[in-house]
Ligand binder design. Structure first.
Ligand SMILES: C[S@@+](CC[C@H](N)C(=O)[O-])C[C@H]1O[C@@H](n2cnc3c(N)ncnc32)[C@H](O)[C@@H]1O
Ligand code: SF4
Length: 452
């Protein structure tokens, strides 16, 4: 375990910073600003489009994403109708010059939609928003049971370049223990269908730190994944969060293992997983992401949705301008999620022309975001780019934080001054380092949300 300068122990798994600020720091926007004004002065020639599908066949024990189990009769159609209304309102607000450089369908599980519904989703992106799906990178998330041949054929036909499959574990007992009901045979069959569909990039998500998982069984999952020669692999440390199935059920078991032991086990599994993938010719892109040598040249880094200029459609999607991040309300608890989805599908088009919930990127937030987005990547940050963008020096703006990280051995001294780059240890501690860069205001807003 890493010890700080004062001998204190730093816990490695605090939070996954996949976007800054986190949605729990968003608040209702009193004046409900018009999207037309928010977007008026923004560059719109290379936007990212994100469509969120908040449906899954099951609710996995570890998952706190914004999604519900199944959809009663008519809800998927009503959701697509609402997406179409939202697309119309948002496109009008963006104006003539909007061009999309990337697109993604996420969730939940976008492949929960049937083939004809996926066609309609693609039509909303193309005809509704004007994205040329055949010409830009299109990434889609899927689960094994929903990755059926007919749905994959639609996605491949409409230009999907990356299919990300949540596998979590190839060991059936581990899937059960994570409350992820699936069998390895079904996972293998789904992978065969994805390869058959000919989508250029396959990503496989795996989780380490599951109860009962050992270094051996982790290696078996990694090898089972490697057998498919995936272009990308994401290795996620298990987080057990409040209000999730595991959070409710396993509080007692976790105490039995002890937090410190669990941290140590996840760190060991991280290191052995990382070394195994590096030995198989994979490049480490971030703590979680690994890219194969045979993968097509990357268009974007770890999570394209971190760039400015994001247009999100759907009730769980975020949108980003340089001055404001916004979305609809957010929840983890199932009843609240269902309420937010029902509310979303009943909205008239005019509602979608305004931002309701969000956080302004005032003060030094853009600097923090820039640093977080780049320093958590294995290649690190170019200080010259930061200086060109903000006119200040990151070494001065973040002197205290960087001194602390250096004292803990989290920075690579050989990379300086050309790059600000994490050491191998720093990358391993990404989920502790990231939250230390949050502003006091964001930290306070997140803490207040947790107390709700
Ligand atoms: C939207 S899901 C992927 C697609 C699809 N819904 C599925 O589960 O197959 C995003 C990924 O985040 C990871 N994930 C979500 N919650 C997690 C948690 N609490 N701990 C670790 N990984 C988690 C899982 O690996 C999951 O595949
Ligand atoms: S992990 Fe994927 S399939 Fe499971 S509940 Fe979360 S989004 Fe749905």
């Amino acid at each position: 375990m890493n010890t700080g300068t004062r001998g204190s122990t730093v816990r490695p798994y605090q939070s996954y910073v996949y976007a800054y600020p986190h949605k729990t720091a968003y608040r209702p926007l009193a004046d409900r600003p018009a999207l037309r004004e928010l977007w008026a002065a923004e560059p719109k020639d290379a936007l990212s489009l994100y469509l969120h599908i908040p449906f899954c066949e099951v609710r996995c024990g570890f998952c706190n994403l914004f999604t519900r189990i199944g959809a009663p009769e008519g809800l998927v159609t009503a959701y697509l109708d609402a997406l179409e209304r939202q697309a119309g309102a948002v496109r009008e607000a963006l104006g003539e010059g909007a061009r999309f450089a990337t697109a993604a369908f996420g969730g939940g599980t976008p492949t929960f939609l049937e083939a004809a519904e996926l066609e309609r989703l693609c039509d909303i992106a193309e005809k509704g928003m004007g994205a040329d799906l055949a010409a830009v990178p299109l990434s889609v998330e899927a689960s094994p049971a929903t990755a059926t041949a007919d749905r994959l054929a639609v996605l491949a036909g409409r230009g999907t370049t990356r299919l990300s499959l949540g596998v979590q574990s190839f060991v059936d007992a581990e899937a059960r223990s994570a409350v992820r009901p699936q069998r390895r045979a079904d996972v293998e069959a789904a992978l065969a269908r994805i390869r058959e569909a000919g989508i250029p990039v396959l990503n496989i998500d795996l989780i380490y730190g599951i109860d009962g998982q050992t270094e051996d069984s982790w290696r078996r999952s990694l090898d089972a994944a490697l057998a498919w020669r995936p272009e990308e692999l994401y290795l996620y440390p298990l987080y057990v969060r409040p209000l999730t199935g595991l959070g409710r059920k396993e509080a007692g078991d976790r105490e039995a293992e002890g937090d410190a032991e669990w941290d140590e086990r996840r760190l060991r599994l991280y290191r052995s997983g990382r070394d195994h993938l590096l030995a198989h010719g994979y490049e480490q892109v971030s703590m979680r992401m690994f890219r194969a040598g045979h993968a097509p040249a990357a268009g974007s880094g770890d999570h394209a949705c971190q760039t400015d200029g994001m247009v999100g459609l759907g009730c769980g999607a975020r949108s980003y301008t340089s001055a404001l991040h916004y979305s609809f309300d957010y929840a983890v608890e199932m009843r609240e999620i269902r309420g937010i989805i029902d509310d979303y599908v009943s909205r008239p088009a005019a509602d979608f022309a305004r931002a309701e919930h969000g956080r302004e990127m005032t003060g030094d937030e853009a600097r923090r975001r820039h640093l977080l987005q780049s320093v958590l990547q294995a290649e690190g940050m170019d200080p010259a780019e930061y200086r060109a963008r903000f006119g200040t020096d990151p070494a001065e703006d973040f002197a205290a934080e960087l001194a602390r990280f250096a004292a803990r051995g989290w920075l690579d001294p050989d990379a300086a001054p050309e790059r600000l780059r994490l050491s191998a240890e720093g990358l391993a501690y990404s989920d502790a380092l990231g939250p230390e860069l949050f502003s006091p205001a964001v930290r306070a807003a997140m803490a207040a949300y947790d107390l709700k």
